[in-house]
Design a protein around this ligand. Structure first.
Ligand code: ZN
Length: 323
């Protein structure tokens, strides 16, 4: 297929969740009725595949693009014959209520479902209500036995670490880190392309079907990194236009935050695509041959073989690639 590379924008796949809400409407999206918790913005997964909205590839799924153009468009590091999927999954999450307390396995967990990977992820906080917090790891010194005992005695919350959050905070959540987003935050999530979640605790509440959601205590206890897995979080304000601050770094993705005031010259190298998430502001994405408007909440896949491109306007952008 002789298609010239160009930045792709996708139609999101929306997921109703017991903890969801309507906040994604504030990001220019039109989710269906209901409590919408997740907008899968760039996805190539059996549980959700996004389709292109713009240009010659409009209507094609990211899985089809992988099959025909993946080698050139995803780049030497972004394309894997072995994994057979786009390496990352990009979501916007509206946490209108608390998410379950959960943990994700690493790639080498022996009880992973067939074809699934582990999941290392990062969050960039787009909005946070005053007093909002998240659950981020176990309290200092809590090991498997103590956690198991706390679960059995119905007091798991006592051994979890709570961290206050504000818009602009970035959290790196390597596989093995216990975590939960809590009510009142909207985040952009960049993660390994996996949907494997082990639930430790769900506040004893009913799911969307009225029954409690399944817990996975044994798997959770097996995959938790009790000594820590390198979880890190940071404030990202005070950036000057033109600077790109590295806000998460893993074997699977590197995420940088930049402020654009005027024009920022960027480029892909052939090694990896760039994923752009517009965290705030508005502007234009320009390349040799075209342009697209950029608004808060927009996500783009910029092909590895595009080369030079630019962001113009007044924008806060996240830029992710495979290292
Ligand atoms: Zn998670």
């Amino acid at each position: 297929m002789g298609v010239h590379p160009y930045p792709l924008k996708f139609a999101p796949v929306f997921k109703e969740r017991v903890w969801g809400g309507r906040a994604l409407e504030r990001f220019g999206l039109q989710p269906p009725e209901g409590a919408i918790g997740e907008g899968w913005m760039i996805a190539d997964h059996p549980n959700g595949t996004t389709r292109v909205l713009n240009g010659p590839l409009a209507g094609k799924g990211l899985d089809e693009i992988r099959g025909t153009l993946g080698r050139e468009w995803f780049g030497a590091k972004g394309f894997s014959e072995r994994n057979g999927r786009f390496p990352l999954l990009v979501k916007l999450l509206d946490c209108n209520d608390d998410l379950s307390v959960q943990v994700h396995p690493t790639d080498d967990y022996e009880r992973l479902p067939e074809g699934e990977l582990g999941k290392t992820e990062m969050w960039y906080v787009l909005e946070a209500k005053p007093g909002a917090k998240i659950i981020y790891g176990l309290k200092e010194g809590v090991g498997r036995a103590e956690l198991e005992k706390a679960i059995a005695e119905g007091r798991i919350m006592e051994v979890l670490r709570e961290v206050p959050v504000e818009a602009g905070d970035a959290f790196y959540i390597p596989a093995g880190t216990v975590h939960a987003l809590c009510a009142g935050v909207v985040v952009a999530e960049i993660q390994q392309n996996s949907d494997t979640t082990y639930r430790l605790y769900d506040y004893n509440r009913p799911g969307l079907d009225g029954k409690p959601r399944e817990l996975h205590i044994e798997d959770s206890l097996n995959v938790i990194a009790y000594e820590g897995a390198g979880a890190k979080h940071m404030k990202t304000d005070g950036l000057r236009p033109g600077e790109w601050l590295r806000i998460a770094e893993s074997p699977y993705f590197v995420v940088e935050k930049g402020i654009v005031d005027g024009r920022a010259e960027l480029a892909t190298s052939g090694e990896s695509f760039d994923i752009l998430v517009a965290a705030d502001g508005s502007g234009t994405l320009r390349w040799d041959g075209g342009e697209l408007p950029v608004r808060r909440g927009d996500c783009f896949l910029v092909p590895a073989n595009l080369g030079a491109y630019a962001l113009e306007g007044s924008l806060t952008a996240l830029r992710s690639r495979v290292p």
